[in-house]
Design a protein around this ligand. Structure first.
Ligand SMILES: [Zn+2]
Length: 251
C-alpha cells in the first residue's frame, strides 16, 4: 500500500508523490525543487511521472525529474503535441500497472481537450487535475460546457468513498461562490471550517467524493433544487451547468 504525500508547489498548486519503501511516482509535478527535495529526504527512486494535462503548472518539473531519475512520463494521447519527452501515451479505459498498482485512465475533457484523470481503486484515490476541484470545477479553456459536464459525470460515477486529489487549493473561494447561489447552513458551516483551515495554512485536499456530491454544485446540475435556486426549474442539466460555469467565471 502506498503513502500519498501532498507537495505544495507554486502559489496554489498541489503535486502528489505516491511512494512505498523505496519507489515513487508523482502526479503533475508543477516544479522540480520541492519534488526533488522530498524524494531525496525519503531516499526514493522516482519511477513514473503522471500528467493530467499540458498546462505548465502541471508539467513544469517533468524534464529535470526525468533527467535525474530516468523515469517514464505518462500523459494523455491527445496532448501528444503539447507535452514533451512522454514515454507512454494513454487514453480512455487504458489500465496501467504503476508500481504493482492498477490505475484506470478516464478522459475528462473541458478544461483542456486532452485532460485525463487517474483512478487507483486500491488506493481509493482519483487524481482529477483541473477537472474536478473541491467544491468547484476547472475553467473551460479549450472544451465546451457539454464536455465538462460529461467529464464530471464520469468522475461522479466512481465509488463515493473515493478521495479526490485535485490540482489546486481553490476550495474556500469555491465555497463562497456556492453560498452566493444557494444559501444553506451546510455551506455556511463549511466556509467557517475552511477559513479556520486556511488561516493556519492547512489543506482542504483530499476531499471525499461523497462530500463533493453533497455540496459541489457543478456535480449537481441535474438536481432540481440547484435549478430552482437559479430560477431554471424546467431547464436541463447541461443548461444549468452552463449557467453555473458562467456565473463562476464572473464571480
Ligand atoms: Zn490547467
Amino acid at each position: 500500500m502506498y503513502n500519498i504525500e501532498i507537495i505544495n508547489c507554486l502559489s496554489d498548486n498541489y503535486s502528489y508523490i505516491c511512494f512505498n519503501d523505496n519507489e515513487a511516482f508523482v502526479v503533475d509535478p508543477s516544479e522540480y525543487t520541492p519534488i526533488k527535495n522530498f524524494l531525496l529526504e525519503k531516499k526514493l527512486d522516482l519511477k513514473f511521472i503522471l500528467n493530467t494535462h499540458h498546462h505548465h503548472d502541471h508539467i513544469g518539473g517533468n524534464r529535470e525529474l526525468k533527467k535525474d531519475y530516468d523515469c517514464k512520463i505518462i500523459a494523455p494521447k491527445k496532448d501528444e503535441k503539447n507535452i514533451p519527452d512522454v514515454d507512454i501515451f494513454v487514453e480512455q479505459d487504458n489500465i496501467l500497472n504503476i508500481l504493482d498498482t492498477s490505475c484506470q485512465v478516464f478522459e475528462v475533457p473541458g478544461h483542456t481537450l486532452g485532460h485525463i484523470a487517474f483512478y487507483f481503486e486500491a488506493l481509493d484515490a482519483a487524481f482529477t487535475g483541473d477537472t474536478l476541484f473541491s467544491l468547484g470545477c476547472g475553467r473551460l479553456f479549450e472544451g465546451t460546457p457539454e464536455m465538462m459536464w460529461n467529464s464530471l459525470l464520469k468522475i461522479r460515477s466512481l465509488p463515493e468513498n473515493t478521495k479526490i486529489y485535485c490540482g489546486h487549493e481553490y476550495t474556500l473561494s469555491n465555497a463562497r461562490f456556492i453560498a452566493s447561489v444557494v444559501n444553506n447552513d451546510s455551506i455556511e458551516e463549511k466556509i467557517k471550517i475552511l477559513e479556520r483551515l486556511r488561516n493556519s495554512n492547512g489543506r482542504s485536499i483530499p476531499t471525499l467524493l461523497s462530500d463533493e456530491m453533497d455540496l459541489n454544485l457543478f456535480l449537481k446540475a441535474d438536481n432540481n433544487e440547484v435549478a430552482r435556486a437559479l430560477g431554471m426549474e424546467h431547464a436541463n442539466a447541461l443548461d444549468v451547468f452552463t449557467r453555473l460555469r458562467s456565473l463562476k467565471d464572473n464571480f
